[in-house]
Design a protein around this ligand. Sequence first.
Ligand code: ATP
Ligand code: MG
Length: 226
Amino acid sequence: MSEVLSAKGIDLLYGETSAVSNAQISLHRGEVAAITGQSGSGKSSLLYCLAGVLPVTRGEIHFEGRSFGDLDDEELSALRRERFGFVFQYGELLPELTVEENTALPLRLAGRRKADALAAAGEVLGRLGLADLCGRRPSQVSGGQSQRVAVARSLVHKPAVVFADEPTGSLDSGNAVAVLEEFLTLARSQGTAVVLVTHDAQVAARADTRYIMCDGMLRPHGEEAS
Ligand SMILES: Nc1ncnc2c1ncn2[C@@H]1O[C@H](COP(=O)(O)OP(=O)(O)OP(=O)(O)O)[C@@H](O)[C@H]1O
Ligand SMILES: [Mg+2]
């Protein structure tokens, strides 16, 4: 397996508050890494650093062998747009766009023609069992369906890595696992790696690699008591 993303010795400070402390992680093509930990432990902060959204205070992050520190703002934003996908807790679809248009958004932002982008969106929606919802607006679908649409949108441009912050956070545990299974099956089938932040142990158990975040420190699952 080839390494896509690695972070070494990363710290993130918000003023005096240390949100991430000396974190290290290595992610390979198609690998699913789950991060659990208490509220306020720094999970979202770490995710945003790894995604190149927040600049680190110390340490280095490499994507496909290139350091974030060597990229200018434009290169970093192109990287985020074209090679990364994102899923947030409440789906966060744009209300004025249909399900299909929402899903096509990453391709449209990357400059793909509308007809091609919609065709690709329709295909991913079909794979997630959402073909019937293509023409609806987000207000016309259920919570679980809108999270599935957010998952489709994060994968439509076949990114190298999807960063998912509580992607099933508003679902009950049974539905959370079902949505997650579909998400991970599709990601693995296209070689997309996933960094998954979750409170749900059942969801985390579906990952290849597990980490626990505690007071800004990231540890492999099972070593948290050391
Ligand atoms: N913009 C900010 N400015 C200052 N402090 C912040 C900011 N964002 C987060 N923090 C602090 O950084 C720490 C880590 O926050 P973070 O949001 O990463 O936690 P989390 O593990 O994602 O929590 P949750 O499970 O509740 O989402 C917390 O102490 C939080 O209060
Ligand atoms: Mg968070």
